[in-house]
Design a protein around this ligand. Structure first.
Ligand code: SAH
Length: 394
């Protein structure tokens, strides 16, 4: 195995069990490990630190597989990690729930591996060189651990280019059914696993959709960035008087309409806008529209710290407009899924928006992803989704 030695002092994060090694921390590399090959990491004094997957073209040059020197990195190792991840989700499947994230990358000890289950189909994303190198083993292990009918690969995320990996999509096992769907809280959602965003659905908002469902009775709801209607369907199921749902993707809106229909919900209570949320919120303000419950679930504006300033302005803009559209006593559920945006900064931005909107408002709840999206304590980067439930004073 190739031996990689770190500069003196640069082993600190590994001793804290953080799984990443940046290129600048590396002093010497014995030989030339290939993309995704397993290397052995050593401190400057020669002490063993970890085994890791080598990413020759990424700034994150190595990602830890194991801190245990005796553990071999082989098919059995991958199968063990996959099995443990899948087993941890067993309590989350029942008659009302047939969709769940099965593998959440670093936080499940499998850097770069995402797997989401929708009924009998598992969708997998392999996002870095290490995950790519173990593709066959990962797919076989998922089949073995779940007994699923098909595995579909969606390794078409932008981050793969940082690893020098081309996009790759397609059926990796079995036969993909014509239509894929699953149940969340008894609600049926259709998922376009081949062409939808990410793996086809945003499972991380499961518990938050349930919250919104419980708050929706009799309310006029505005669902911004609705995608395939996750929050819209939940709000209608919870008895919302009306829902206005906005997204800039026509395909997502078509699926959203279908999701309302497949649950037998009253689509006359629903209006759809294929539009840019930033512009549409201004139009709604100019036509003096108002709502009792507003959901803001935008895409990640700040993928990394570098995009922070622009992202902060975008978050402030939509939150300010939403707070203006909110009736007295109304609720705003506002989210950020930007890894680069800390929870306290997000709260400050929302506070600034309330100030500028002259809205007297308070935080009455907080949102985070469900238990199928664990955040390993040694990997705070996994803590990307946060949300605030804000109530405007009556
Ligand atoms: N709330 C959704 C997930 C939202 S994902 C759910 O529960 O499933 C973010 C969505 O924002 C995507 O559907 C994307 O098409 C949409 N989007 C991105 N930028 C947009 C913009 N400027 N205006 C409107 N929609 C936008």
């Amino acid at each position: 195995m190739h031996r990689v030695t770190l500069h003196a002092g640069r082993e600190k994060s590994l001793r804290l069990k953080h799984p990443w090694v940046f290129s600048g921390a590396i002093a010497t590399v014995d030989g030339a490990p290939g993309s995704g090959e397993t290397v052995e990491l050593h401190a400057a004094d020669g002490q063993f630190l970890a085994t890791a997957a080598w990413s020759p073209s990424s700034a994150i040059r190595a990602r830890v597989w194991s801190f245990d020197e005796r553990e071999a990195i082989d098919d059995a190792f991958i199968a063990g990690r996959v099995r443990a991840s899948v087993a941890a989700r067993a309590p989350m499947f029942d008659a009302a729930h047939t969709g769940c994230r099965l593998v959440h990358a670093e936080s499940d000890g499998l850097p770069g591996v995402i797997a989401d289950r929708y009924g009998e189909v598992v969708v997998v994303q392999l996002l870095n060189a290490g995950a790519e190198a173990w593709r066959d083993s990962i797919v076989a292990s998922l089949v073995d651990a779940t007994g699923c009918a098909a595995v579909y690969e969606r390794s078409d995320a932008e981050v793969r280019s940082l690893e020098g990996l081309p996009p790759r999509t397609g059926t990796a096992y079995g036969v993909l059914p014509q239509r894929v769907s699953f149940l969340e809280d008894h609600l049926n959602y259709g998922v376009d696993v081949a062409a939808g965003q990410k793996t086809g659905f945003f499972l991380d908002q499961r518990e938050n959709r349930r919250r919104i469902r419980g708050l929706a009775m009799g309310r006029d709801v505005l669902d911004c960035f609705c995608y395939t209607g996750g929050f819209t369907v939940a709000a209608l199921a919870g008895g919302a008087q009306s829902v206005l749902a906005i997204d800039s993707s026509a395909e997502a809106l078509a699926q959203a309409r279908d999701n309302v229909a497949r649950n037998g919900l009253d689509d006359t209570r629903c209006a759809w806008r294929d539009a840019d949320v930033f512009a549409e919120l201004r139009k709604l303000r100019d036509s003096a529209r108002s709502f009792d419950l507003i959901v803001l679930d935008p895409p990640k504006f700040a993928p990394t710290a570098r995009h922070m300033e622009k992202a902060a302005r975008a978050y402030k803009d939509i939150n300010l407009l939403a707070l203006k559209l909110l009736r007295p006593g109304g609720l705003l559920a506002t989210f950020s899924c930007s890894g680069g945006m800390a929870a306290d900064l997000f709260q400050k931005i929302v506070a600034g928006a309330a100030l500028d909107a002259a809205a007297d408002a308070a935080i009455v709840g907080r949102f985070s992803p469900g238990a199928d999206h664990p955040i390993a304590l040694n990997f705070p980067e996994g803590d990307y989704l946060k949300g605030l439930l804000v109530r405007k004073k009556a």
